[in-house]
Design a binder for this molecule. Structure first.
Ligand code: TRP
Length: 429
């Protein structure tokens, strides 16, 4: 008996250069998790989300490149997972609208990120809407669409995102309630064993505190940054405390148990801070150095990254496009020529478009796609075997008309949109 597949999904907003905190908190755990058997993993670059807080186009482009390269350099295998860029999936903004229409404004009023800005405005005695874009307000809906489009079960995130997952569940259940059970209700997965890395000054490592250690900067830069981690003034030979030591915590995030125990002992025995820093640098470098070359290769070959991401988007859309076809149908965005379900229940079985496979006198295998009334929509080329023709049909059903190229073309007078609508209708049927 096979256990059912568990789908994991998470995204990283593309506004900054990846640092050690991102690596330990998001990149490394997702790469490890992606290798678990019995899981499907959807990892994406949340560039639509980036627009909410960043209006510098070049920065968004660069960040998308760097985060993608970082994920791959850390060992993510795009063949094993769904690895894509949010803005390559037009089904996401479309689903965002469907969810928007079933989401109470009051629900969004309660979102932490939005409320924080409103509170800040109140404290500053300015209009409550100051610096609040509709994008910030809608952020949780976009995020819900990311998640439920792929019916993810589990969403690995930081604590700060848990509320967004609750909202995603709310939106998904509202939709299900109105239109039928289309969505799985997702759950946040906050992994307590994943370290929150302290930064150079001991506060949480974060771009906004300007206390980060760059992940794939030059080796010398990493050394310098590590040597600038704040320590106390204890002299060499004086015992040192591991509690509250940022240096120790960072070390722990990279070291195994024996290594950690050894450093704990060295602290007690009065290791000099400079020696401890050197040890930390070497330990991190041991893990990062082998990835650095791949990172640089990728960052310097954006066309390669672009191809990988486009390939990932195709794979993701093979799921998203037919699913959205069903959702469109569910909400009533339908082919007008198709019978409304309520009046045509009995006929429903016969009133669907269909594929027909056949063999011609030339010995080759063909298929055609006809509408509910039997009118020709799509005509295939000849295939060597019925299996080849069957595979082309399967791809059309899965991926929509995009898969027709070279295999089939719309009949005379039939528009691609008509074919696409019929495919969606069949998928929804
Ligand atoms: N909002 C997340 C963050 O800032 C990024 C994100 C966007 C995300 N869409 C998502 C995370 C979907 C998980 C699932 O960290």
């Amino acid at each position: 008996m096979n256990a059912p597949v568990v789908r994991y999904l998470t995204g990283i907003t593309t506004t900054g250069t990846p640092h050690l905190g991102n690596y330990v908190g998001a990149i490394r755990p997702t790469v490890q998790a992606s290798r678990r058997p019995g899981t499907q993993n959807f990892y994406f670059l949340a560039d639509y989300h980036a627009l909410i807080k960043c209006d510098e186009p070049a920065r968004i482009q660069r960040s998308t490149l760097e985060i993608a390269a970082c994920w791959l350099a850390a060992g993510l295998d795009p063949e094993q997972v769904y690895f894509y860029r949010q803005s390559d999936i037009p089904e996401i903004p479309e689903l965002t609208w469907f969810l928007t229409c079933v989401t109470g404004k009051g629900l969004l009023n309660r979102a932490h990120a939005y409320k924080a800005q409103v509170d800040k405005n109140a404290a500053a005695n300015v209009d409550p809407d100051t610096d609040v874009t509709a994008g910030l307000f809608m952020y949780p809906v976009l995020m819900a669409a990311d998640i439920v489009l792929f019916n993810a079960h589990k969403v690995p995130v930081g604590r700060d995102q848990v509320q967004h997952l609750e909202m995603a569940r709310d939106m998904a259940s509202s939709f299900n309630h109105l239109y039928g059970e289309h969505f799985t209700l997702p759950e946040a997965q906050v992994d307590e064993t994943v370290a929150t890395l302290p930064g150079l000054d001991g506060r949480k490592m974060s771009k906004s505190y300007d206390n980060v250690i760059a992940l794939f900067g030059p080796r010398e830069q990493m050394r310098k940054q590590i040597f600038s981690i704040v320590t106390d003034s204890r002299a060499p030979g004086e015992p040192k405390a591991v509690e509250g030591s940022a240096l120790f915590q960072v070390y722990q995030a990279f070291a195994d148990e024996a290594e950690t125990a050894a450093l704990r002992k060295a602290y007690a025995e009065g290791i000099a801070w400079a020696d401890a820093k050197q040890l930390l640098f070497e330990r991190i470098d041991r893990e990062i150095a082998p990835m650095r070359q791949r990172y640089e290769e990728l960052v310097n070959d954006p066309a390669q990254l672009e191809r990988i991401l486009k390939g990932g988007a195709d794979k993701a859309r093979a799921i998203a496009t037919p699913f959205l076809g069903r959702l469109r149908h569910a909400v009533g965005l339908r082919n007008l020529a198709a019978q409304p379900q309520s009046t045509a229940k009995a006929k429903a079985k016969t009133a669907l478009p269909s594929f027909k496979q056949y063999r011609e006198a030339d010995g080759r295998h063909y298929f055609k796609f006809v509408d509910a009334g039997g009118a020709l929509l799509l005509q295939s080329v000849g295939f060597d075997s019925p299996q080849d023709a069957g595979r082309a049909v399967a791809r059309l059903k899965q991926e929509g008309l995009a898969a027709a190229s070279g295999a089939a073309a719309p009949a005379k007078g039939v528009s691609p949109a008509q074919v696409q609508a019929a495919l969606a209708q069949l998928a929804a049927g």
